[in-house]
Structures are given as C-alpha cells and as structure tokens.
Design a protein around this ligand. Sequence first.
Ligand code: HEM
Length: 330
Amino acid sequence: MGLLFSFFTVTALVLIVLIGVKAANFHYLFGVIVPYAAFLTFFIGVIYRVMQWGRVPVPFRIPTTAGQEKSFPWIKQNAIDNPSTAFGVIIRMAFEVLLFRSLFRNTNTELREGPKLSYGSTKWLWLGGLAFHWTFFIILTRHLRLFFEPVPMLIQIMESLDGFFQVGAPVLYLTDLIFLGAVTFLFLRRVIIPQVRYISLAADYFPLFLIFSIGFTGILMRYFFKTDVVGIKQLTMGLITFSPVVPTGIGIIFYIHLFLISALFAYFPLSKLMHMAGVFLSPTRNLVNNNRAVMHVNPWNYPVKVHTYEEYENDYREKMKAAGLPVEKE
Ligand code: HEM
C-alpha cells in the first residue's frame, strides 16, 4: 500500500511539472517561485522543529554506555563508547555522525536449532547507509559549482577526483554510480526482508523514491539529454543572488529535477529525514557519562509542593465523616 502510494505520488509530481512547464509554460512558477517556497519551508520548518526539541526537558543523564565506564585508574576506560569528558563526547558524536559507529556495531539475532539464540554481525545496512549518505553529500557539494562564479578550487578538486576514471564524455562521476546503487540497495532491503517490509510505511518508501528520482533525473540530464548548462547557471545564479531570471531553452528534464528537489526540501521538516538534525540532539549520545563522579539531581525531585494526607484530611474531614469514611484525627 505504502509502496504503491509513494510510487504514484512521485509519478504525480513528475506529471505536474510536465503539464505545468511543457503545456502551460509556467516556467517562472517552477523555476523560481516553487524553489523559493520550498527552501523557505525547509528553513523555517527545520528551525521550528529543532526549537521544539530544544524545549523538551532532559531531567536524567541517559547516555548509552557501550564500553567500560571511567573507574579506578588501573581499569582501562573506553573513552569513546563511554565518554566522561566533553572532548570524549565530541569524538563519539563525530564517529556517530561521520561513520555511523553504532550501526556498525549492529547485530542480528537468529533462533537456531536447539533452540539456541545466536547473534551475528550485520554490516550491509551500515555499508549501504554510509555509501548513500556520503555520496549524497559529495554530489550536493559538487552542485555548488552552479551557485558560484568562479567555481571554488575545492569543488574543482572534488570533481576531478570523482571523475578519476575518465570514462566517456562528460566524465562519469563515481559518486553517481554508488549513489544510485546505494539507494536501490536500501529500497530492496525494505522490500525483500519480510520483517523490514512489515514495518515499512509510505513515510519510508516516499523519500527513497523521491531521492532515487532526483538522482536519476540528474544523471539523465548530465549524460543522456542535452541541457543548456549556461542557461541553468544563469537561473541558479539568479536564484542565489535574489535577482531571478528564467532563460528560455532549458530542457524539461531540469525542471523535473528541480521540482523533485523542491518537493524533498519542503517535505523534509515534516519527515523522518529530520534525523539529520536530531542526531545532534540525542541525549543518549550527546551527554557525558559522569554519573558516578558528579551528583545529578533531577530538578523535579523534592522540594516540590506536595499535598500530604494530613492536609487532605483537614480539607475533607467533615465530608469524609458524613460519608462514613474512617479518619485519623477527629
Ligand atoms: C537533493 C539535492 C540534489 C541531488 C541529490 C541531486 C542529484 C544530482 C545528480 C546525481 C546529478 C548527476 C550529475 C552529478 O552528480 O553532478 C545531478 C545533476 C544536476 N543537477 Fe542535481 N541534485 C540535487 C540538487 C540540485 C539543485 C538544487 C540544482 C539546481 C537548482 C540541481 C541541478 C542539477 C544540474 C543542472 C545537473 C546537471 C549537471 C551537469 O550537466 O553536469 N541539482 N544532480
């Protein structure tokens, strides 16, 4: 259900641009207004959600401990998986955000004959996830060449490293291949593994289809359909400098790419993709584990205003007696 719904939603998005740009000539709408609106939604939405999270009290110190806590000097501490200093937390977070360390340590459980519960290593999700996020990040960073004139040195270096194998013209980017491969893997994993399929919803399939379609249209544009790159750069530079222009002659495939990206950006704050910001706000990862060294007092503990039984009885003594209930003091 969720799968088909997501597929048709993405198809509908493509149809909307086809009709809007090809048939109705709404170039300004799809080239300027929609991208601006989408980016604004993204910007305000992400800030709003982070502020909402920031307001949630964290009365307990709850870091996940995955190694030896700091103890006697002769017991070796695991300073990354059980950090006792702010620096340790920074290292832990960096491993988590950049290398998905906790996913690397993921295990799967299986009931074998006996019956015996066995634990095995599962690294495929980690590898697929890492490949997907890193190539996404590199591709997006490479896109900065559309928004800068002259193109920064760093982006140029990235481009030449990514096109290292010099296959074809235009040169094939390795990240493009890995990106589509990784998204496909993440999708197939959801569909093929019954347990994962059972818990998968439209909210899981939709971002995958959308992101795949963005990558796919990008690749079509670069390698298969000729688009007017000069015109596109005029448009992107216009957007970024707040003096939008819509040159004629840019192929429809660019408008599809741009509209799908706009959909992704607008959808982002409403979706599970917010884990991008959430990972930094996770108290199980971003707190120092100094539970034994420092006394942490829950701000909700005593002294708080309480209503004792004695006070309660004083308030209701007459009514209690009238109802025939026993009282402690007459
Ligand atoms: C979610 C963000 C985006 C993703 C995942 C994405 C993905 C891709 C991919 C995989 C390609 C193939 C070539 C390459 O890797 O450079 C591509 C090309 C392209 N994308 Fe994107 N894109 C994104 C955002 C954008 C934005 C914001 C724009 C402009 C407004 C844009 C405009 C283009 C253009 C013009 C090309 C063709 C480049 C060429 O011919 O060399 N993309 N995109």
